[in-house]
Design a protein around this ligand. Structure first.
Ligand code: 0RA
Length: 637
């Protein structure tokens, strides 16, 4: 049962002048982050009320002017009775004195985060207006402040049902250079809060757009993990995620699951505040997980022969959400988003290790799936190291003996202006080999469909002969062994038929490059060749058309009087004469190519993962139709 908690429990320390003198000390600064901090403080107070079991719903409204916010909850309402000594209401004390708050009194009040009970007064000090409305004991009360000073005494508005607290505030424009709130920033933070505080319903209204959001997650951070994996199209490598909720010296919540992806994803929070740069809580989690997994592998004699498991192997494809609640968090780093409390590391480690070991031992199927996933990472690492060693051995000896047999390399030893054409199919490869400039252009024919590598580990990728050959031909290694300086060509050009199968292959290759050799795309080394689909003979003139629209446009433009048009549709690159391929597609003086670039890495990432999970045929259309969005631009080379 909750302890009775009234005005007498509040300790009063000092007035609000210090806050107005040095706002940065309390909210980190007066920029956008500090401005939004005010919202988090007020929301945290309502979250605390909910976490203590007294409120179920929080409403946040960003008003039309974007300069003011209202936060309300259906909790007990801030007490309005008079403090026996100070003769002031708890409401007034909480809002107009620094370090006032029951949170200082220990067990009575668990902190969700923020400024340790001083939040309300800090917001008040830095706001040109604060209006607090409380419903409790059958009545509604209201009080107003400005810049930390009472402007309207506590008054009873009348009878009212239920209970709760509503806080309206408008940040002081003489403190903040810019007082516009960002709706997305608030929305994202509230959504996260709804995951970190299971069962609390958080409503957000943006009056400027009329948009309303409801965030509610009965399963808390487990729902969050599921959302992260679904959004990234990361396939779980085992059935049930690991879940740990612990109260005690350190309150923490942990969920994690291994996936087929190569990335490690960890989202961590301290008192509901995101810690993007990790810190001691994350380190403790990683250490605890690594030790538990190693112990399990050892106890059950599951260690693979010939490879040793590294910490990176254990972390490959690992997706985790970690939320800890720390009484006195110390943040570090340039953006103050790394937890620095040393004691937290061993507390998290000690909390997770035995429970995970126990869990692995009593969920043997899942445990085996996890161990298999980790061994796969180790093997992949070994394989890619071997592949890259092979490449460097070759370049060290200057020999080309280990290059794939089907690669028709270029002759020049100077990398400048060299190009590797990755060509679909052997017969097309044949035309390309004949039609190319042997000095600077190399041809690597690929057989048939390329693997869809989305979500695949480096090891899996290397097991595929076609892709392994491609990596060897490129010479730059892959994954942890990637080295741009070793790339054997200046440009990498994807050359496929102008039809939908060809487009599909191009998309699969782009996915592979984007996911596993992203630096090549970032450095804009990757191009898409544009072979013609039609040959149009008009009298003595010959034209080439890339697609149907191009054909129609050319006919309209060039066909005069009743000249007969002779139109040939190429079935594939293979049936094109070598000379034709040179004239239309390979010759740097006459050809057109698309340069692939990343306009917005995050957006591209989302798009790639979305596309590669869906209908293959639709994918290339997307890339072509939305060329601007993914940054594939026209380029004449
Ligand atoms: C102290 C005591 C009590 C409620 C609160 C604080 C309280 C603060 C906030 C801030 C936002 N929403 C809030 N809701 C409640 C309750 C004392 C009692 O009724 O026993």
């Amino acid at each position: 049962m909750a302890t009775t908690y009234t005005a007498k429990d509040i300790t009063v320390l000092e007035g609000l002048d210090p806050v107005r003198k040095r706002p940065g000390m309390y909210i980190g600064g007066v920029g956008s982050s500090g401005l939004h901090h005010l919202v988090w403080e007020i929301v945290d107070n309502s979250v605390d009320e909910a976490m203590n079991g007294h409120a179920t719903e929080i409403n946040v409204t960003l008003h039309k002017d974007k300069q003011s916010v209202t936060v309300s909850d259906n909790g007990r309402g801030i007490p309005v009775d008079l403090h026996p000594i100070h003769k002031k209401s708890a409401l007034e004390i909480v809002y107009s004195t620094l370090h006032a708050g029951g949170k200082f009194e220990g067990d009575n009040y668990k902190t969700s985060g923020g400024l340790h009970g001083v939040g309300a007064s800090v917001v008040n000090a830095l706001s040109s207006k604060v209006q607090v409305t409380v419903r409790r004991d059958g009545a509604e009360w209201q009080m107003e402040f400005s810049r930390g000073v009472v402007t309207s005494k506590l008054k009873k508005l009348g009878a009212a049902k239920g209970s709760g607290t509503t806080v309206f505030f408008r940040p002081d424009p003489t403190v903040f250079p810019k007082t516009d709130f960002n709706s997305d920033t608030i929305r994202e933070r509230l959504e996260i809060a709804s995951y970190l505080h299971r069962g609390v319903k958080v409503n957000f209204t943006d009056e400027a757009t009329g948009k309303k959001d409801v965030f509610f997650h009965q399963d808390g951070i487990l729902d969050y993990l599921k959302k992260i994996l679904a959004q990234a199209h990361f396939k779980p490598a085992h059935e049930v995620p690991f879940v740990l909720n612990k109260d005690g010296e350190l309150r923490l919540e942990i969920v994690f699951q291994w996936t087929e992806a190569t990335e490690e994803v960890v989202k961590s929070y301290v008192n509901g505040i995101p810690t993007g740069s990790g810190g001691t809580h994350e380190n403790g989690l990683r250490a605890g997980v690594a030790k538990a997994v190693r112990n399990y592998i050892e106890t059950h004699n599951l260690a693979p022969r010939g490879v040793s498991l590294t910490a990176e192997d254990i972390r490959e494809g690992w997706a985790a959400v970690l939320s800890v609640f720390v009484a006195e968090p110390q943040f570090q780093g340039q953006t103050k988003d790394r937890l620095n409390n040393p004691e937290v590391q061993s507390l998290v480690d000690a909390a997770v290790r035995p429970v995970l070991e126990q869990w692995l031992n009593s969920n043997r199927t899942v445990a085996e799936q996890i161990v298999a996933r980790i061994i796969l990472s180790a093997r992949a690492r070994e394989a890619s190291r071997a592949a890259s060693n092979a490449v460097s051995r070759k370049s060290a000896t200057g020999g080309r003996l280990t290059l794939p047999g089907k690669l028709a390399d270029c002759l020049t030893h100077n990398r400048e202006n060299t190009e590797l054409f990755i060509v679909e199919g052997d017969s097309a490869g044949g035309s390309a080999k004949q039609g190319r400039d042997r000095n600077t252009q190399a041809i690597l024919p690929l057989r048939g469909k390329v693997l869809n590598t989305e979500g695949m580990s480096v090891g899996k990728v290397i097991e595929n002969k076609e892709l392994a050959d491609l990596v060897t031909a490129l010479g730059c290694g892959i994954g942890a062994n990637f080295e741009l300086a070793k790339l054997r060509y200046q440009r990498v050009v994807l050359l496929a038929d102008a039809d939908s199968d060809g487009h599909h292959i191009t998309t699969l290759l782009l996915t592979f490059l984007y996911r596993h050799l992203p630096e090549l795309i970032r450095q804009e080394r990757v191009f898409i060749a544009m072979p013609p689909l039609y040959r149009i003979d008009l009298g003595k003139e010959t034209y080439w058309a890339a697609d149907d629209a191009d054909r129609d446009r050319l006919l309209k433009e060039k066909q005069k009087g009743n000249t007969k048009a002779d139109i040939t549709r190429f079935k594939g690159l293979g049936e094109m004469m070598a000379k034709t391929l040179w004239d239309t597609t390979l010759n740097p003086r006459t050809r057109r190519m698309l340069r692939v670039s990343i306009a917005d890495a995050l957006e591209t990432d989302r798009i790639v993962s979305e596309l590669m999970g869906k209908d293959p045929a639709a994918r290339f259309n997307f890339i072509m139709n939305r060329a601007d969005d993914v940054g594939v631009g026209d380029l004449d080379v």
